[in-house]
Design a protein around this ligand. Structure first.
Ligand SMILES: [Fe+2]
Ligand SMILES: [Fe+2]
Length: 183
């Protein structure tokens, strides 16, 4: 449970926190690999992070954020922009380390952004959502999570590559209005 406001009592928020923790663990491993110049391992860590962030971002962007945009438009706009920047840089490693010699530095910048982004959500939209949202809205958000889980449930032939899709495209098997609008 969140020690400040109890927002982790909400199952969806609990999952989002847990995924942040998973990402932080992968980032720690990635930084160690990067410091040693092991770029193949760095690329693998990027793919693992993207595998977590893909469905995570769908829940945020199609579930939680639309419910909070009216009250916190600038905050939500900034969080969406962070997603695009993070997925762009990490996604460059979807097929292994990219050739761009500047990529490791850009990756480090993206990891700083990712850490800041997680703190912004955990200090901002997550606790605010518990106060702002009624049970009907939580039901809608949790339906996005359930729909997303159905899509991302690993099949025997599911490859890590499939999980490394851009965050906002991770559930293209769905046809929500939000996704169609986003293009
Ligand atoms: Fe996010
Ligand atoms: Fe998040």
């Amino acid at each position: 449970m969140c020690e400040y406001c109890g927002c982790q009592q909400i199952a969806t928020i609990t999952e989002l926190y847990r995924e942040h923790d998973d990402v932080a663990a992968y980032v720690g491993r990635l930084r160690s690999s990067l410091a040693d110049g092991r770029l193949d391992e760095v690329a693998s860590s990027c793919q693992q992070i993207m595998a977590v962030l893909g469905p995570h971002t769908v829940v945020e962007e199609d579930g939680l954020f639309p419910e909070m945009t009216d009250e916190f438009p600038d905050h939500i706009k900034a969080l969406r922009a962070d997603h695009r920047q993070i997925e762009k840089v990490l996604g460059e490693a979807a097929d292994g380390p990219p050739d761009d010699p500047a990529w490791p530095d850009r990756l480090l910048q993206a990891l700083v952004l990712l850490s800041d982004h997680i703190l912004k959500e955990q200090d901002g939209v997550f606790p605010a959502s518990l106060i702002a949202l009624d049970p009907d809205r939580w039901e809608r958000i949790e339906a996005v999570r359930a729909q997303n889980l159905a899509y991302t449930k690993p099949a025997p032939t599911h490859s890590a590559q499939a999980h490394a899709a851009p965050m906002h495209k991770a559930h293209t098997g769905t046809s929500s209005k939000n996704e169609r609008d986003r293009g």
